[in-house]
Design a protein around this ligand. Structure first.
Ligand SMILES: Cc1cc2nc3c(=O)[nH]c(=O)nc-3n(C[C@H](O)[C@H](O)[C@H](O)COP(=O)(O)OP(=O)(O)OC[C@H]3O[C@@H](n4cnc5c(N)ncnc54)[C@H](O)[C@@H]3O)c2cc1C
Length: 573
């Protein structure tokens, strides 16, 4: 905990906020916009640097213009053109540690807009079962809310974020209200092949839902343009087609006239008053290390699940808002593995442009609810497949999965034959919280600001290993059903499963619940112990369905901010 006395706040033109929002990613962007449009003066404090999504992206660059044909390096893990302007698996001077025997990887995007500048944008909804899974199988804990409580905010979030896709009418995969979704994009050949193979085995394959526009959003203040299918979304999107906080929520919040943003401002602790309420926050100028204090009536933490836990743990001995002892606990990621295959029927396809959105147009949702309820599976909870395979601009490595051989004309012939004839099935599954997976302050290691860093503890259980084994076996069956050859070596699930954190869906570290005994916040993200402190990021997840978390993070953040704004208007905060 920093011992220096904080200098008075001189930033943002002496703007005196009613509320402070820590972080500017999916949660922070949403929080800032909802509060600002409710007439509340908001200051967003962002640890990362300023980022201009129009000037700084490489949308229309060719791979051959970059080193290694834009392939990944240890510094640029997602490729040379990835929009992560600052951050990654490691940040210089800001380490984290793993307890002996644990492997957890932590991706941080230290930049305005956080990870929304380059995330995958796959946004399935959680369903009714996902909020009450303990009641179904006795594991973990139920959420304090039901699907019906959040459904209206899902609709609103999908509409404002701009989600293209279609309703599937499937069990526990809720439909959106009419008029909410933008039209889906037609499936590609490889996706239709996967659908045929899956359907033949009784497995559904339906239009996916992505936060990528297929129609313009012609808002007067912050217009966004439909995708013109030219560029990988991970490079960032200058036209606002692929949703990111920097082209929507943040400019929308600024346009209200009620919000300001301060970048390079690393919040080091929540400052408490004698009355047990937060008086504001202390932040460190990331360039000079100088500490400043900013006062506000309410503090909203949206620094991402693990950073928010760290902030609470660094704010008070034993942790702020931690009377339950749950801060840092219940850390989960999504489980993951990948199976790819070569399909001879897709060889030598005629060339045509099938790029579409830079995402899969179909996906395979979890389908075995009834079998699971009947006790026919040896693992709880579900997984889905994100599917792949198509013609697209080849990057680093072989365009044809290394199947091509020889030199000269035969090599070219092989490349033409095999290119675009592969498919992949990527498993994304639910992990159950367990007592061995959590983060805490490292007792020794500090970052370059002198702040204790996080130490991660991590362990999967047989639930996850059995689920991954099922996912691998089923993916292989789909490939074989199509007459294909599996290209991915068969590994035991303990080796095939991605290490903790690798899927970058870490949530649960400040979970919501029904009382201060079992949780850190109530159903509105309000800390049980600190009335004017609200957590808006994925820390509040009580469990993490296999469905990618960010739509739910944003919908919950909106609901929690509506609640906070109403309380502030009534003078309760
Ligand atoms: C490559 C990739 C692909 C992904 N694909 C998907 C997907 O398809 N679907 C999906 O649902 N999710 C996906 N995710 C995950 C998704 O990006 C996150 O769930 C989401 O961004 C979380 O939002 P957040 O606001 O909590 O955190 P972030 O977006 O990370 O924002 C947190 C912000 O807080 C700032 N911050 C941290 N600490 C402090 C501090 N002390 N003071 C001030 N500021 C601070 C950070 O710099 C950052 O800007 C993906 C992530 C990555 C990296």
């Amino acid at each position: 905990m920093p011992s220096h006395k904080a200098a008075p706040h001189k930033a943002a033109n002496d703007f005196e906020p009613d509320a402070i929002v820590v972080g500017s990613g999916a949660a922070g962007g949403m929080a800032a916009w909802v509060l600002a449009r409710a007439g509340i003066k908001v200051l967003v404090l962002e640890a990362g640097r300023d980022y201009d999504p129009v000037k700084e992206n490489a949308m229309l660059k060719w791979n051959y213009q970059a080193p290694l044909r834009a392939g990944s390096t240890p510094d640029k893990h997602f490729g040379f053109y990835d929009a992560t302007a600052d951050g990654g698996w490691e940040i210089a001077g800001e380490p984290y540690t793993n307890a002996p025997g644990s492997v957890f990887k932590w991706w941080r995007s230290r930049m305005l807009g956080g990870r929304t500048n380059h995330w995958g944008r796959h946004v399935p909804r959680f369903g009714p079962y996902d909020f009450k899974s303990h009641s179904r199988d006795g594991l973990g804990m139920d959420w304090p809310i039901s699907y019906d409580d959040i459904a209206p905010w899902y609709d609103r979030t999908e509409k404002i974020v701009g989600v293209s896709g279609a309703n599937s009418g499937l069990e526990n995969h809720p439909d959106s209200s009419p008029g909410v979704l933008q039209p889906p994009t037609p499936p590609r050949i490889n996706e239709l092949a996967i659908k045929a193979g899956a359907n033949a085995l009784g497995i559904p394959c339906v239009p996916s839902r992505y936060a990528v526009l297929t129609r313009d959003i012609p808002d007067d203040d912050v217009p966004r343009q439909a995708c013109f299918y030219a560029s990988p979304c991970g490079r960032g999107c200058a036209i606002g087609a692929a949703f990111q906080s920097t082209t929507s929520f943040l400019p929308m919040a600024i346009a209200t006239g009620k919000a300001r943003i301060l970048t390079d401002a690393m919040v080091s602790r929540v400052v408490m008053g004698a009355d047990g309420k937060a008086t504001g926050v202390e932040y460190l100028d990331r360039h000079t290390g100088t500490a400043h204090f900013i006062k506000a009536r309410a503090v909203v933490l949206a620094a991402s699940a693990c950073e928010t836990a760290r902030l609470l743990l660094n704010s008070k001995d034993g942790g702020l808002a931690n009377s339950s002892g749950q801060v840092g606990r219940n850390l989960v990621d999504t489980t993951g593995t990948n199976v790819s295959g070569h399909i001879p029927a897709l060889e030598n396809r005629p060339r045509y442009n099938e790029d579409g959105k830079d995402v899969a147009h179909l996906y395979i949702p979890w389908w075995l609810y009834k079998e699971q309820a009947a006790g026919k599976l040896d693992f709880p909870r579900g997984y889905h497949y994100e599917i792949g395979g198509r013609f697209h601009a080849p990057g680093a490595g072989s365009p044809a999965a290394g199947l091509e051989d020889g030199y000269g004309a035969p090599l070219k012939e092989d490349a033409r034959r095999y290119y675009g004839a592969q498919i992949s099935l990527t498993v994304r599954g639910e992990m159950i919280p367990n007592a061995d997976s959590y983060c805490e302050l490292d007792p020794q290691v500090k970052d370059r600001f002198g702040l204790p860093v996080l130490r991660f503890h991590w362990k999967f259980s047989d639930h996850e290993y059995r689920q991954i084994a099922h996912g691998i076996a089923t993916a292989r069956a789909i490939i074989e059903k199509l007459g294909g050859t599996v290209l991915t070596p068969q590994l035991p699930p303990e080796e095939a499963i991605a290490v903790g954190g690798w899927i970058i869906h870490e949530v649960g570290t400040t979970r919501m619940g029904t009382s201060a005994d079992n949780s850190v916040t109530d159903q509105y993200g309000r800390a049980w112990d600190v009335d004017n402190l609200v957590i808006a990021d994925g820390g509040v997840f009580t469990s993490n369905a296999h469905k990618n978390p960010t739509l739910t993070i944003m919908a919950l953040a909106w609901r929690s901010m509506d609640h906070l704004a109403a309380r502030m208007r009534k003078g309760e905060v």
